[in-house]
Design a protein around this ligand. Structure first.
Ligand code: BGC
Length: 560
């Protein structure tokens, strides 16, 4: 089977009928851990450039790169000190421009992260705000307030940081400032016109350097209730809550959409199909769909898919609800299994399915022993499910190598601010951020050059040797070859991309859907073998198929 590749996947001009981002496979590059070009133990732009042939042969349409801007790295780049500079750890603006040009030559688009909710405390605006003092216009670009209580010693309200502890820090001059994340990440005041003007200018800066879009960090957090009211008492997490929108003083406020309508206009000023993907957490799928209305952002991460348990009913309901809520606004779905904030999915799937959905890895509580063989089998099936669904998909670096979470990093190497902020009650997100194994039998597994001056910034476990790209290349049973073949088929098969799906009748525990023309995906989440439906050929399967029976935790793509 070798139909011509679909035009919108190969045409970099963006002039094809369907914009590329409606069905793109976007590979997430967590830059510090992808590839280290200069041997300092930290990934960088030179490293990404050296691995473009790998990404091309994997078959992805674009890369999303986690923040590469100048940063003191209190939250590994999500604390930006200068949005128009690249951090020296990663390279220079000239390196970034070269990467963009070379990626485009490889037919790969580039989407950096933009961090508009907060800056670094080392950003020139925040330093000016500190220097100018209480009541100054410089402080109005952030959220400064006097404290409560007779001597202002109590925080202005009861908001909490996502990383643990209060969301307010007090300065020696008595003012408090808001940080929904670490104290080194002061929240911007999006009611200030300078903030709007600055970010629109930053978008233009990078769009004019050729980037194809942006991933918007904490898109749902930008606008705060002007009166900063206290949070309502937390609902009991042990009690299953109905899925309904609850008015919140700093998450997902309606006014946030005005910002993104303006950003859309900025993107539309540039040639080609530039696109945004929002990291937005919303109470309901309808609220999420509001971010991707026609005049707003293009796409948003669908975290419901990532949070779904390995359960046919749960997954089907997430798929149906996502497609049904996006259809009226005309936006494509996105599907994602892992990212740099959550426990890698072979590990999640290798434990007894948690009975409740969990949000990010700070709320992941391992339940029971880990069966990584099972988790990996499910991860293979999940990849075929994800890549057969209508819309776009995200692949987190290392997922194509079948990397599990590294759950036994020594305490002494942990770096995520969540660990400190939680008073060491949480380990944080380092376990999904361990540098990628490329080749060889021992650390740094090709992550750094042979003459590296420093070890990888997080230690790679000995079992990384089994997961290198080198070792998996050419091995038909490997995760890497499964992803390569799936991405190739997805690129070539006329049924895969942005078109509807029809469910076929199957027993409980099995998901089967048809995509026209001539394609069926079957996923067996039950505990018994399942006979394949009538088909012309098995295009791809996540494991060996005997006697036309799909084993438990297996998936297959069929030509029908
Ligand atoms: C990013 C995190 C980051 C946080 C603060 C998140 O949503 O994905 O990695 O720590 O935003 O910027």
């Amino acid at each position: 089977m070798s139909p011509t590749p679909k035009e919108h996947r190969t045409d970099m001009s963006g002039t094809a009928a369907a914009p590329w981002w409606r069905s793109a496979v976007i590979y997430q590059v967590y830059i510090r851990s992808f590839a280290d070009g200069n041997g300092d133990g930290v990934g960088d732009i030179a490293g990404i450039r050296s691995r473009l042939p790998y990404l091309k042969s994997l078959g992805v349409d674009a890369i999303w790169i986690n923040p590469w801007y100048k940063s003191p790295m209190a939250d590994h780049g999500y604390d930006v000190a200068d949005y128009r500079e690249i951090d020296p750890l990663f390279g220079t603006v000239a390196d970034a421009e070269q990467l963009i040009a070379e990626a485009h030559e490889h037919g790969i688009r580039v989407i950096p992260d933009i961090v508009p909710n907060h800056t670094s405390d080392q950003h020139v605006w925040f330093r000016a705000a500190l220097a100018a003092g209480s009541g100054s216009p410089e402080r109005e670009r952030y959220v400064f307030r006097p404290g409560r209580g007779p001597d202002g010693a109590q925080p202005p309200n009861n908001w909490v940081s996502r990383f643990g502890g209060p969301a307010w820090t007090r300065l020696p001059d008595g003012d408090w400032y808001l940080h929904l994340f670490a104290p080194e990440q002061p929240d911007l005041n999006w009611q200030h016109p300078d903030v709007h003007a600055e970010f629109e200018s930053v978008l233009r800066f990078w769009f004019s350097r050729g980037v194809d879009g942006f991933r918007i960090d904490v898109a749902h957090g930008l606008v705060k209730h002007p009166e900063l009211p206290d949070l309502a008492p937390l609902r009991d997490p042990a009690v299953e809550q109905p899925r309904e929108h609850v008015d919140h003083p700093h998450w997902d406020r309606d006014e946030v959409h005005d910002i993104f309508r303006a950003w859309r206009k900025v993107a539309d000023e540039f040639e080609g199909d530039r696109c945004f993907v929002a990291e937005a957490w919303a109470d309901t799928p309808e609220r999420l769909a509001a971010y991707v209305r026609e005049d707003a952002l293009h796409t948003a991460f669908n975290f419901d898919f990532l949070m779904a348990t390995w359960d046919a009913e749960d997954l089907r309901s997430v798929i149906d609800t996502s497609l049904a809520t996006l259809a009226p606004v005309g936006a494509p779905a996105t599907w994602v299994l892992s990212n740099h904030d959550v426990v890698r999915h072979p590990t999640r799937y290798g434990r007894k399915s948690p009975t409740r959905r969990w949000v990010a890895n700070e709320s992941y509580r391992p339940e029971g022993p880990l069966d990584l063989t099972l988790g990996t089998r499910r991860a293979r099936a999940a990849a075929l499910l994800m890549l057969a669904l209508p819309g776009g998909a995200y692949v987190y670096q290392g997922e194509e190598l079948g990397l599990p979470e590294v759950e036994d990093l020594p305490e002494s190497v942990l770096q995520d601010p969540i660990r400190e902020r939680s008073g060491h009650t949480e380990r944080g997100r380092d376990g999904c951020r361990v540098p990628i194994p490329w080749s060889g039998r021992s650390a740094p597994y090709g992550f750094s050059p042979d003459d590296a001056t420093a070890p990888p910034w997080l230690p790679q476990p000995p079992h990384w040797a089994e997961h290198t790209a080198e070792r998996q290349t050419g091995d038909d049973t490997s995760m890497l070859e499964l992803y390569r073949t799936a991405l190739l088929l997805r690129r070539e098969h006329p049924a895969l991309g942005d078109s509807p799906l029809t469910w076929l009748d199957t027993p409980a525990g099995v998901l089967t859907f048809h995509r026209a023309p001539g394609f069926v995906c079957v996923v067996n989440l039950s505990t018994a073998p399942h006979p394949l439906p009538d088909h012309l050929a098995v295009l791809l399967s996540s494991g060996p198929i005997k006697d036309d029976l799909l084993a438990p935790d297996q998936a297959a793509w069929l030509a029908v």
